[in-house]
Write a protein that binds this ligand. Sequence first.
Ligand code: MN3
Length: 238
Amino acid sequence: MSFLSALRPALLAVALVPFAGAAIAADTPTATPFTLPALPYATDALDAAIDATTMEIHHGRHHKAYVDNLNGKVAEFPQLASLDIEQIQAQVSRFDTAVRNNAGGHYNHSLFWTVLAPSDAVGEPSAALAARIDTDFGSMQAMQQQVDDAGKKVFGSGWAWVIVKDDGSLAVTSTANQDNPLMDVADEKGTPILGLDVWEHAYYLRYQNKRPEYVSNFWKVVNWKEVSRRYDAAVSAR
Ligand code: MN3
């Protein structure tokens, strides 16, 4: 596969525009199809649960590193450039451990920022999501307890998730490292609608070893409008 054919069409279009293309030397591999999304709020906006310094480092350094490292794998695996980040998860076993870790890290954090919101703007679960939570867990409180338990029991680094399974039901699961339930290698697969990052980098500055306190405060900043939107999208896509 030639280098140019590996580029995403959008990038190719940019490269073919006169003048704009002049900045991209044809013989220089500069394909960086993955980009760090901006935070949808200020770094101090989640202070009810997460301090500004943690947000700055977590987004600006940790997430950025996953994006940079994933872009750094495109020369070795040119097909990455023609896949979106969800598609990569679904076939991650075709690639190496570095792609698995960094594509997972990019997907997971991109989801994480959107399912959080300032505590005065978190909204409520939609009627459809609330009903599904009651059906599958008995109550919101019971679902939160399962997520808390999943987050606390992750040994080392990982994530707790609420997923929509193929049959439309909700489940709580956890993954190690930067794995997620979209991955073809996941033990329990589904579409994540809420993710809780329990890596120490997500909470250590404020909470040190008190992961349960971080997990408890996490619920103050869960963006129910976005979780509900993701629930609707997952159910519609089935
Ligand atoms: Mn993280």
